[in-house]
Design a protein around this ligand. Structure first.
Ligand code: SF4
Length: 315
């Protein structure tokens, strides 16, 4: 029988020192504790999205300084893939600011991009919005390894974060991803104004998928001028450690990817996240449109912590 919300609440509310110790113990059962997978994220289509996610710089509902651009060419994406390999990444995630994937020329182009990136020897993940089962099957046939579709927060809090689609829409796409045989990457964002209870319910949802996601993202809000959340209260880095540790215990075999928002965390806080089980970061000074630490400073941080870069997580 799976974990209940109450079980997860008990783990989440352990004294931090005990939570950290238990998460580290669980982490070592399935992973090498000193290995971190480096990934890269490229925005293949930027801005002008019809959804109104309150945290997002790319929503057409908000007045932000993000410059829109249409789909990148295959040459541009292959060049980006080669750059990320040189920086030490074994995985490339391509994000497109779409509400949903539409059949047609753009989708056909994305299928070619997936094949091209896979030919470069990289693990490939895409985040393209909602998609149908037939589209998920075609992505899989093109060589896609993972599909990213974040659930962001708890089902209860979701309507405060996005009003143009429902939590159920997210779960439906995740169902299509699974039915097509793709690996699932999903996760949430901390700092949206959610309560501990919302975080616990988010973790409950992530732990309840059958099978559990192979990849879980932990993002922290990067407040973007022009979005409804531009003046949000900065998050507490120890809360991120608490969430990462709880996720490690409840999703013991998932890769846990410390994603957007690392610029707002000290090296020490990130080290604690790695210690409790986060085992992937994105390299590169930009994450889609958000700032990210430079590759140089990340390599230095990992070296100082005694971590080395791992190979691809797919076999
Ligand atoms: S669906 Fe994605 S790109 Fe569109 S507004 Fe939401 S987070 Fe931004």
């Amino acid at each position: 029988m799976g974990l209940t919300v109450n079980d997860i609440s008990k783990i989440y509310h352990l004294d931090l020192v005990d939570l950290i110790e238990e998460a580290h113990r669980v982490h070592r059962v399935s992973f090498k504790h000193n290995e971190i997978q480096a990934s890269s994220l490229v925005s293949i289509k930027t801005g002008g999205c019809s959804e109104n996610c309150t945290y997002c710089s790319q929503s057409a509902h908000h007045q932000t300084s993000v410059e829109r651009h249409s789909l990148l060419s295959q040459d541009e994406v292959v060049a980006a893939a080669r750059r990320c390999k040189e920086e030490g990444s074994t995985r490339l995630c391509m994000g497109a600011a779409w509400s949903r994937v539409r059949d047609g020329d753009d989708f056909e182009h994305v299928l070619k991009l997936i094949s091209a990136v896979q030919s470069e020897g990289l693990e490939v993940c895409c985040s393209l919005g909602m998609l149908s089962l037939s589209q998920a099957v075609r992505l899989k046939e093109a060589g896609l390894h993972y599909y990213n579709h974040n659930i962001d927060t708890s089902e209860d809090y979701y309507p405060k974060v996005v009003q143009t689609r429902s939590y159920q829409d997210r779960l439906e796409t995740i169902g299509n991803v699974r039915e097509a045989g793709l690996r699932l990457c999903t996760g949430g964002i901390l700092g949206l104004g959610e309560s501990d209870e919302d975080r616990i319910k988010l973790i409950y949802q992530l732990a309840s998928f059958v099978p559990q996601p192979e990849s879980v993202t932990i993002n922290t809000l990067v407040p973007i001028p022009g979005t409804p959340l531009e003046n949000s209260t900065p998050f507490d880095a120890l809360d991120v450690v608490r969430v990462a540790a709880t996720l490690r215990i409840t999703n013991p075999k998932s890769m846990i990817r410390l994603s957007a928002g690392r610029l707002g965390m000290s090296s020490e806080a990130q080290f604690l996240c790695f210690y409790v089980g986060a085992n992937s970061i994105f390299l590169g000074d930009k994450l889609l449109t958000s700032p990210n630490p430079s590759s140089q400073s990340d390599h230095s941080m990992l070296k100082r912590g005694g971590f080395k870069l791992s190979e691809s997580s797919i076999s």
